[in-house]
Design a protein around this ligand. Structure first.
Ligand code: FPP
Length: 264
């Protein structure tokens, strides 16, 4: 699949007219296993074009579809994107409603195709505050794609990393209180498995679009040793080609995880 878009030494087109760089080749072992993306800048993209914020979010949804497909074709194991934070409820009700409807119709329209492309879809974040209809749509998407073996696509909705950590601490404390686990058994592995991303490898590459240099409460525990990639590109303009550039950049980084380089 990787070769399908990157191989051949010439630029090959992928759906929706995106082009990937020629002579792009990364050894599969050098690929990030888990990529996280803060999809920022829909509003600024729309403003720059004199269009409504809603138009920006719609364009962002089209970009998301292309990026999930590209990540899948590249052989990325896990892609986690930040769609709606626990703080985004503070936005004007009209925008909140628009976003939730957009997520709902995205699932309705895209899940069959993602399933056909072997994508496994999950949601991370709090399950309260959503409508019954949307909850059912989320659960259907998860159930339907549960046995797929391609990219694991996590959509973070009503997600905040501190909230996720507090929920994990509470669940472990509750298990300790009834004697199911001893407090000294709690280690990094047990803790990781109490998070919404249980079973996924840690984040290797953390991408944020649209120029702001912050993590915004996204995957803080999971990104402990992530390589960070910031770009000024607004999310609707982010392409598989730029994803490929971020991955090339990642492949050139020296990751020491607190240790030293081999030659040092
Ligand atoms: C950040 O842009 C984006 C969001 C808060 C929502 C993310 C939503 C999408 C990418 C739409 C598609 C998603 C799905 C799941 C269909 P912003 O509004 O904060 O932009 P700004 O900072 O420029 O105002």
């Amino acid at each position: 699949m990787w070769r399908k878009i990157f191989g051949g030494g010439k630029s090959t087109s992928v759906p929706d007219g995106d082009h990937l760089p020629s002579n792009f080749a990364i050894d599969h072992g050098a690929l990030p296993r888990h990529i996280a993306i803060v999809m920022d800048g829909n509003g600024r993209w729309a403003k720059a074009q004199g269009r409504s914020r809603s138009a920006g979010h719609e364009a962002g949804a089209r970009t998301l579809k292309r990026i999930v497909r590209a990540a899948s074709d590249m052989g990325i194991e896990v892609l986690t994107v930040y769609a709606f934070s626990t703080e985004n409820w503070k936005r004007p009700q009209r925008e909140v409603d628009f976003l939730l409807n957009l997520f709902d119709s995205f699932l309705e329209k895209e899940i069959a195709e993602m399933h056909a492309e072997n994508v496994r879809m999950s949601f991370i974040g709090r399950r309260d505050r959503f409508t019954e209809r949307f909850l059912r749509r989320m659960e259907d998407a998860e159930l339907r794609t549960a046995n797929n073996t391609g990219v694991h696509f996590n959509l973070a909705a009503n997600y905040g990393s501190q909230d996720e950590i507090v929920r994990a601490v509470r669940s472990l404390a509750a298990r300790a209180a009834v004697g199911e686990i001893a407090p000294e058994e709690i280690d990094a592995e047990l803790f990781s498995n109490a998070l919404d991303t249980a079973g996924d490898p840690p984040v290797d590459l953390f991408i944020r679009t649209s120029g702001d240099l912050r993590l915004s409460n996204f995957l803080l525990w999971q990104s402990a040793y992530a390589e960070l990639y910031f770009t000024d590109t607004h999310w609707p303009d982010f392409t598989p080609e730029e994803l490929a550039r971020a991955i090339e950049d990642f492949a050139g980084r020296s990751r020491r995880f607190g240790g030293l380089d081999a030659e040092e």
